[in-house]
Design a protein around this ligand. Sequence first.
Ligand code: ARG
Length: 460
Amino acid sequence: MAQQQNKLWGGRFSESTDEFVQAFTASVNFDQRMYAQDIQGSKAHATMLQEVGVLTEAERDAILQGLSTIQQEIESGEFQWSVALEDVHMNIEARLTELIGDAGKKLHTGRSRNDQVATDIRLWLRDSIDAIDAQLLRLLQGLLTLAEKEADTIMPGFTHLQTAQPVTFGHHLLAWFEMLVRDRERLADCRKRVNRMPLGSAALAGTTFPINRERTCELLGFDGICENSLDAVSDRDFAIEFCALAALTMTHLSRMSEELVLWTSAQFNFIELPDRFCTGSSIMPQKKNPDVPELVRGKTGRVNGHLISLLTLMKSQPLAYNKDNQEDKEPLFDAVDTLHDSLRAFADMVPAIEPKREVMREAALKGYSTATDLADYLVRAGLPFREAHEVVGKSVAYGIEQGKDLSEMSLAELQQFHSSIEDDVFEVLTLEGSVSARNHIGGTAPEQVRLAVQRAQHRL
Ligand code: ARG
C-alpha cells in the first residue's frame, strides 16, 4: 500500500491518522520554540556523520546549507509549519528534503527523534539558564548597591510580624541577597546536569553506525555525554530539577513581594515604588497598587504547579522513551518564562525602591524594640539573663500603661525596676546604639552591613 499522508514514518501504515488524533498528538505548536537548538543539533550530527564516513562532503554541505536556509525562513516568518508533520523535528527534516532532495533524507541516519528531542530540550534549557542567570545577577547587584546606600537606615525588624528589634534596612536587603545567591548556586549546579548530551543514544539502544559522540559533544558545547542510552532518551530529571529551583527562587521573590506590598501600604508606608511599577484603580481615584510584586507573588503558584506536573509526568514511566515525555515542554517553557520575567521585573524595580527613612525610624521607636538591649545591659551589670528578662518585661508593662517607650522614661522611672540601671543606659536604648552594638559577622550593625556588601561583591 502507498505511504499514507506523506508521514516520515508512514511506511508500515495502511490508513491515515484520524484527523483529531493527528492534532491531539502534535507538539509543533509549542515545540517550534526549540527550532534553533534543533538546527544546531542537526548541524553537529551531520558534521560528525561526514567525519566518520557516513555522509559525503557534498551531502554534508547540502545539509548545512539547507538547515541555514530553513533557519532564515523560520526567523523571517515564511516557514510553513504543518501539524500533519507533528513536531519541530519532522517539520524541519521534511523541509530540508524538499530543499536539497535525497541528502536531506540521510540526516536522520544514526539518530532518532528520541535522542534528538532530549538533546534539543537540554540545549534550549542551557540557553535559558544563562539568560535567567544574567537577570538574577542584575538583581543581586541592585540589592548590593541599595544595601550599601541604606546601611545606616533604621527600621523595625519583625518576628511574627510584631516589632522585635531594630535592624538596618541594608541588613534586611542583604537577607534577600543571601536567599537569591543560594538560588543562583542552585541554578549553576543544575546547569551541570542539564549540559550533558543524549545524542547518539538513538531510539533507546544506541546505533549500528560508527558515530563519534565525543565529537558531537564538543561541537555542541556539552560538558560531557550521557553514559547510558536508555536513561538518556527517557529521563527528564534535569527539567524537574530546574523547576524545583525555579519554584524556590519564585518563593523567595514572593516573600520579597509580600514585604514590598506591606511596605507600600498606608499602614506601613515604609517605601515608595515609582509609578512606572504600579497601576491605578478604575474606580478608586486615590489608588496606586503595587502590581508588579503582587503579580510575582501570584505567579509563584504556577511555577510550583509546573514542578508537580513534571514530577507526576515522570512518575511510573518505564524505560525508555514514552510519548508522555512530550508533555514536558509546556510546563518547562512556562517555568522558564515566568522566572525570567519575574527576575527581570525585580532587577528593574529594586534599585528604584525609595525608602521613607523617617517613617521607618518612627516605626522602630514604637513597639519597645530596644527591650532586648535593656536586658543585655542588665546582664552586663551582673544579672542572670532570665532575671533581666523579667525586669525588662515589667518596665515594658509600665511603658504600655504610661504610653512611653523605654528610651522616653527618666532614669528614676527605670531605676524602679532595677537599682543597677545607670545613666549610661540611654546609649543602649537608642536605635543607633541598639543596631551598632550588634557588631559581628552576620549582625545588623551599619559597619557590618558595609563589610558584608564588600564580601558579597567578591562572591558575585
Ligand atoms: N514530539 C516528541 C516529543 O516531544 C518527539 C519524540 C517523539 N518520538 C517518538 N518516537 N514518537 O517528545
